[in-house]
Design a protein around this ligand. Structure first.
Ligand code: PMP
Length: 388
């Protein structure tokens, strides 16, 4: 039997990162490739106690079908926490999703027709390209500098369905947009009537100072905001949220209903139990401290080992270093050599909607401890010296 595939299925590709992760699971390979949060930061004890409380106090509600919008108290919590960050939202605008990845899919489903234009940063989050691609958009890549997307470059996106933006510690580049860039970018988007999808899973992982206010605080009627519990609690919970302008909420909700009825209510209730009394106030700083230490270890190792001609900016939060290799390098061709030497990275080409830069790569500094970061970077540098 040969199945006739839908056109959208033709647009689906295996994530190169997952393919690389398969290779790098080989024992002995130091993987700086995956964007996995450090499991040492997962609040196992708090989760255990909260799960027990939920099963003791509301077992049947937690195990029953529930509202597609999400668990009411958790939606209230999300709205309150975003309002503290300068947004003005109420809980009715919060849709709890199965990871923020689902938020990307729902936004794509609701906003993209075949052939419609979607603007993305260059480079951008690979998972968003994967989420949007099946809806058959034409991607418009927006040029970026070290401060993020160039506001004037948005002119090319006039008439697009939306601009997908990652203001805080971007995956993959690690950069964080300045206040001035946010202001200029949002003024431009508003002038063009170009909706913005703001994806912010890393905003809480700052090392020195909190990032400026979210893009959505500058144009709430035009911005859809995505958040996640993956990086501040644990990604296996698959818990995220979409906060949308009121006009868009019913459509996102209908798309959510069709996708999975609702996000597991057990997970929602357990997470609410964990965070309701301010747990994250103490917990998130411990993640920041740990990640900052690893960022410093990677910075030191890069400075010590990398050959001349490589360039990087030091990220002030998040999980990634983005390395520009000497012109003419091909990170994809270097990867098997690096794996032979016992380390792995993600070639940067994966993160471009078009015109990929082959001379770039992404390194995660959070998943492995400092000694292994040092060894991994030494192996990368050696590979570059031999084959670069
Ligand atoms: N957006 C970005 C930029 C990410 O890096 C990730 C996770 N890698 C996600 C969204 C999805 O996160 P989750 O579904 O776990 O909330």
């Amino acid at each position: 039997m040969t199945f006739q595939l839908a056109r959208r299925a033709e647009r689906m590709n295996p994530s190169i990162i997952r393919e690389i992760l398969k290779v790098t699971e080989r024992p002995g390979v130091i993987s700086l490739a995956g964007g996995l949060p450090s499991p040492d930061t997962f609040p196992v004890e708090a989760m255990r106690e909260a799960a027990q409380r939920v099963l003791r106090d509301s077992p049947r509600e937690a195990l029953q079908y529930a509202a597609s919008e999400g668990y009411g108290p958790l939606r209230e919590w999300v709205a309150a926490s975003l309002n503290a960050h300068g947004l003005q939202v109420d809980a009715s605008q919060v849709l709890i999703t199965t990871g923020s990845q689902q938020g990307l899919d729902l936004a794509g489903k609701v906003l993209i027709d075949a052939g419609s234009r979607v603007a993305v940063e260059s480079p951008t989050y690979l998972g968003a390209l994967q989420a949007f691609a099946p809806y058959e958009p034409e991607f418009v890549s927006i040029a970026c500098d070290d401060d993020g997307p160039l506001p004037d470059a948005l002119d090319a996106a006039k008439g697009a369905r939306f601009f997908y933006a990652l203001p805080n510690f971007q995956n993959p580049s690690g950069r964080c947009m300045s206040e001035a860039r946010r202001a200029a970018l949002m003024a431009k988007a508003q002038a063009l009537d170009l909706p913005v999808i703001e994806d912010n899973p890393y905003g809480d992982l700052w090392f020195d100072a909190p990032p400026p206010a979210p893009l959505a605080s500058r144009w709430s009627e035009g911005t859809v905001y995505l958040g996640s519990f993956s990086k501040v609690l644990a990604p296996g919970l698959r818990l995220g949220y979409v906060v949308a302008p009121k006009a868009l909420c019913p459509k996102l909700l209908q798309a959510k209903q069709a996708a999975d009825l609702h996000t597991p209510s057990f997970n929602q209730r357990v997470v609410y139990e964990v965070i309701r009394d301010g747990f994250l106030r103490d917990h998130v700083p411990t993640i920041r401290a740990r990640y900052k230490q690893r960022r410093d270890a990677m910075r030191a190792a890069l400075e010590r080992h990398m050959p001349a001609g490589c360039r990087w900016a030091v990220p002030s939060g998040g999980m990634f270093f983005w390395i520009e290799l000497p012109a003419g390098s091909d990170a994809m061709a270097l990867l098997p050599k690096a794996v032979e030497r016992g380390m792995a990275f993600v070639p940067g080409a994966a993160f471009y909607a078009d015109h990929p830069r082959l001379d770039t790569l992404r390194l995660s500094f959070v998943t492995v401890p400092p000694e292994l970061i040092e060894q991994g970077i030494a192996a990368l540098a050696q590979t570059l010296k031999e084959h670069g």
